[in-house]
Design a protein. Structure first.
Length: 456
C-alpha cells in the first residue's frame, strides 16, 4: 500500500522499507508541535505518534486508519491481516476552521445520526460542526423556561414535496434535550470536533413565532410547511430581546464553543430596529465571553462588535467583512453548498441550486487570504434531505474533496486526486456504510422520479 492513498493529503511523507502489523500499539507522546499537528513514525516494531494536543492525536490515529486500508473503517474486524507501510508522516492543517454546517431544523436528524455525522467529520479531519438548530420549519433545542418552543415548534403537520407546491401530509418533528446536546458536544470534543450551535434570528424564526406569537407582530403564526424565505420576522421589541437573551443564555450553558451563531440571514422587510436587535444580541454574547457568528447579511448592521462572518452569498462579502475587522469563514454558495445538485443530469434527485461537482468542490480556493480568514465551511441544508441516506448522498464524496481543500496546503490537481478518491477513499466510505453518490451518477434507488427541484 502506498502513502499516496492518504486523504486529506499530509504535508510530508517519507516512506521507508517494511511494514508494521495493524492494529499496532501506538506510543502517543507529547511533543512541542503546533496545534492539531502530528508526526507519525511507523517502523516494523510499531508506531510512535508525536502530538501536542488531543486533536493531533486524533488526526494521527485517523491517518493510521487510512494507511491500514478500508477494512480499518469497518465497525468490527473481518479477521484479515492488515499492515501499515513504514515511514514518517508530518502533518498539520491548512486552516484552523474546517467546518460543515448540518441543518437539523428543516429535517430533524436523530441523535444517533448526528453522532455518526461527527464520526464522518473526524474521519476527514474536519473540526467544526455548525449545528443549525432552529428555522421556520422546526425548533430542535429544548429550553425548559419556554416549553412551547419544542412542544409546538418542534414539529409540523406536513412538508412540501421537493420544490413544487404539493404537501406530503405527514407529520415531521423531533428535538434534542439539554442532555442530548451535552452528549453530542462531549462526543464531538473527544474527536476534536467543536459544535458551534446556531439559533437563527430575526428571520428563519417561524417555529418560535408559532410557539410564542407575542415574539412577533401578528395574532398567530403557523409553523411553516413550505420551503423558501419567509417574510415573518421576530418583532424587535424589548420583550422579544429578553426572551432571546434567555434562550441564548441557556444555549451557552450547554455549548462551550467560543463561537456562537445567531443567523441574521435572509430577512426581507427588516428595519433598522431589526438590525439593532441583532446587534444587541451579538453584544449580549460578547458580554458572556463568546464571539457571535452571523451570516454576511449582518455586515449591513452599524456598530457591530467583532464577529465571525460566514461569507455565503459570495466571496466578496468575506473580503468586505475582513476589511471591517471581522474574522471570516468562507462558505460561498457558488462553491461549497452541498445541498446543491451534483450534476446537470435529469436523474439527479430533487435538483436544487447550482451544479457543484466533486471536481468543482475540490477546486474551491477562498478569495480571501490573511489572518482574518479562519477557514472554510461546507453547508448541508436539509429542505430536501428527508432521511439520513439523502444526507449521505449529497454530502459524499463532495465533503471528502472539501476536506482536502480545508486541510492540505499546496497545489491541487483533480487528475491526481481522482484516483486517490476512486480507488482508495470510496472503499473506505463503503466500509463505513456511507451511501455516497457514485462518481458516474445515482444508483436507481437514489433517484426521486417526479419530485420537482429548483435548479438554478
Ligand atoms: C444561508 O444559506 N441562508 C446562510
Amino acid at each position: 500500500m502506498a502513502f499516496d492513498t492518504l486523504l486529506p493529503r499530509p504535508v510530508s511523507v517519507t516512506p521507508t522499507a517494511g511494514s508494521c502489523p495493524w492494529p499496532s500499539t501506538v506510543d502517543a507522546r507529547a511533543a512541542s508541535l503546533p496545534a492539531e499537528a502530528y508526526r507519525l513514525e511507523i517502523s516494523p516494531s510499531g508506531v510512535v505518534l508525536h502530538c501536542g494536543d488531543l486533536a493531533g492525536e486524533v488526526y494521527g490515529r485517523q491517518t493510521l486508519r487510512q494507511l491500514a486500508g478500508p477494512s480499518a473503517f469497518r465497525a468490527a474486524s473481518l479477521g484479515d491481516a492488515l499492515s501499515l507501510p513504514c515511514g514518517v508522516v508530518e502533518d498539520q492543517p491548512r486552516f484552523a476552521w474546517r467546518g460543515c454546517l448540518l441543518d437539523v431544523a428543516r429535517h430533524y436528524r436523530t441523535k444517533a445520526e448526528v453522532l455518526r455525522f461527527i464520526d464522518l467529520l473526524a474521519a476527514h479531519k474536519l473540526n467544526v460542526l455548525n449545528l443549525h438548530l432552529t428555522d421556520d420549519q422546526g425548533w430542535r433545542f429544548e429550553v425548559p423556561e419556554f416549553p412551547r418552543l419544542t412542544s409546538v415548534g418542534g414539529w409540523r403537520p406536513s412538508s412540501m414535496v421537493g420544490s413544487g407546491g404539493e404537501q406530503d401530509g405527514r407529520p415531521h418533528g423531533g428535538f434534542y434535550t439539554g442532555d442530548d446536546l451535552r452528549e453530542i458536544v462531549a462526543y464531538a470534543a473527544s474527536r476534536a470536533v467543536t459544535v458551534v450551535p446556531e439559533i437563527d434570528i430575526p428571520g428563519h424564526a417561524r417555529a418560535a413565532l408559532a410557539a410564542y406569537p407575542s415574539l412577533g407582530t401578528s395574532e398567530s403564526y403557523e409553523i411553516w410547511t413550505s420551503w423558501g424565505i419567509s417574510t415573518s420576522l421576530l418583532s424587535p421589541s424589548s420583550s422579544t430581546l429578553d426572551f432571546f437573551k434567555q434562550v441564548f443564555d441557556h444555549l451557552l450553558e450547554i455549548f462551550p464553543s467560543k463561537v456562537i451563531a445567531l443567523g441574521g440571514d435572509e430577512t426581507p422587510g427588516a428595519t433598522d430596529e431589526h438590525r439593532k436587535f441583532v446587534r444587541l444580541l451579538a453584544e449580549h454574547l460578547v458580554s458572556r465571553g463568546r464571539t457571535p457568528m452571523g451570516w454576511d447579511e449582518v455586515l449591513d448592521i452599524p456598530d457591530l462588535p467583532p464577529m465571525v462572518i460566514g461569507s455565503w452569498q459570495n466571496e466578496e462579502a468575506g473580503v468586505r467583512a475582513a476589511a471591517a475587522g471581522h474574522d471570516v469563514v468562507m462558505c460561498p454558495e457558488q462553491h461549497v453548498y452541498l445541498d446543491h445538485r451534483q450534476s446537470s443530469h435529469p436523474d439527479e434527485p430533487i435538483p436544487v441550486g447550482m451544479v457543484h461537482t466533486v471536481e468543482d468542490v475540490y477546486a474551491y480556493e477562498p478569495a480571501l487570504t490573511g489572518p482574518r480568514l479562519r477557514g472554510v465551511q461546507a453547508q448541508v441544508w436539509s429542505e430536501h434531505l428527508d432521511d439520513v441516506r439523502r444526507v449521505d448522498y449529497l454530502a459524499f464524496p463532495r465533503l471528502s474533496a472539501f476536506a482536502e481543500v480545508a486541510w492540505s496546503s499546496g497545489a491541487r490537481d483533480y487528475a491526481e486526486f481522482l484516483p486517490r478518491l476512486r480507488d482508495h477513499h470510496l472503499p473506505r466510505l463503503d466500509a463505513l456504510g456511507v451511501e455516497y453518490r457514485p462518481l458516474d451518477g445515482p444508483h436507481p434507488w437514489q433517484t426521486r422520479p417526479g419530485v420537482p427541484g429548483r435548479p438554478r
